[in-house]
Ligand binder design. Structure first.
Ligand SMILES: [Zn+2]
Ligand SMILES: [Zn+2]
Length: 158
């Protein structure tokens, strides 16, 4: 080993000491459509909009935003595109077999995938920090302290 290689090895550090990049698996109800994420979500939010209520069948949709480079998608998928409230398109990807809406892709932030938090089936997943479209929130829903509250969306057009 040359002096330079030794030096590079020291500079980069021992890989065993580097914190492991947290990997998580989100999958649809039948398991054929999957998303593997690397690292922490950039943002987790809870959306009370009526479109998310219909899409998910739940009274609120919890989404975790990851940079596309953090996400690997595997398996068959179909897409449903609609106009977002921002006026830009949003594409929702779902399993053609079981219908689970696994992730979506907003044109307003083309660098991101938003993944359905429930698809991780992980009660320890990071909680949402923002609550959006509260104008159509079910009145009985109680939210945790410390969340940011928005009428409409919080993601600014880029
Ligand atoms: Zn499926
Ligand atoms: Zn929504």
């Amino acid at each position: 080993m040359t002096e330079e290689q030794t030096h590079i090895g020291i500079t980069l550090g021992d890989p065993a000491e580097a914190p492991p990049m947290m990997e998580r698996l989100a999958k649809c109800h039948c398991g054929s459509l999957r998303a593997i994420t690397s690292g922490e979500p950039l943002l987790v939010n809870m959306c009370h909009c009526l479109a998310c209520q219909r899409r998910s069948g739940a009274i609120a949709s919890n989404g975790a935003a990851f940079a596309k480079a953090q996400v690997t998608i595997e398996g068959p998928r179909k897409v449903f595109e609609r106009n977002g409230q921002s006026g830009r398109k949003v594409r929702f990807y779902f399993c053609p077999n079981c219908g689970t809406s696994l992730y979506w892709e907003p044109d307003v932030r083309p660098d991101l995938y938003i993944l359905a938090v429930g698809a991780f089936a992980d009660p320890d997943f990071p909680p949402p920090s923002a609550s959006i479209f509260e104008e159509t929130k079910h009145a009985w829903t109680k939210l945790p302290d410390g969340m940011k509250h928005f009428q409409g969306t919080m993601i600014a057009s880029s």
